[in-house]
Design a protein around this ligand. Sequence first.
Ligand code: FPP
Length: 240
Amino acid sequence: MAEAREKVPGLPERVPAHVAIIMDGNGRWARARGLPRLAGHRAGTENLRRIIRASVEFGIRYLTIYAFSTENWGRPADEVRGLMNILEEVIDRELKELHGNGVQLRHIGRLEGIDPLLQEKVRQAIELTKDNARLTLNVAFNYGGREEIVNAVRQMIADGVAPDQVDEETVHRYLYTTDCPDPDLIIRTSGELRVSNFLIWQGAYAELYVTPTYWPDFDRDELLKALQEYARRDRRFGRV
Ligand code: FPP
């Protein structure tokens, strides 16, 4: 049965089931204010709360956020440490509320390479929220799209999957996003026109929405604007 939701002014009829976001521009947001980069990541984290809340409000079912890429290890050590701390703090501070609001937390990417205590926290958060069904929040952390595909191929070989059994459905099952629908809409903040190794398999037919707004300023109304733009698009999936 469809959930009876209050009509949100301006919300289109057709809302994407799965929205994925490249949360870019924290560094530039901070620099524009004469602040250290980590202050930008902290402001970005605050914004994440707003966007999660707005996603629930708008009836989005899956939200995937790009929080730390496999390439981000190349950043200065204190920034990497800062981003790890932020993940830990988010779990410590927000988990209860997320759980209370029916958010299911998932991790996509590799846990290997992350501090074992943090790995354990991530596992516990996933376990605690696994039956929640309002919004699935995929946190891409230590994630790379090519790495994900390499990992899938390795797993298939390890499982003895025969070559003629490999089709698109099989690959889909072996990806980190195994039981998620593909993203309908990929949003990138701060203007760059790149996919940056994010959901490169799953995003094959996603609509792209790029805004010059830096991530810490991409608020509820900006998300609503993106949904309105999405609703105007004509998705043809290669057909006419
Ligand atoms: C890109 O901005 C942002 C990141 C690499 C990190 C995103 C992290 C957050 C929004 C915090 C939430 C994190 C977790 C773990 C839940 P940038 O630093 O590349 O900005 P720039 O391109 O302006 O330098």
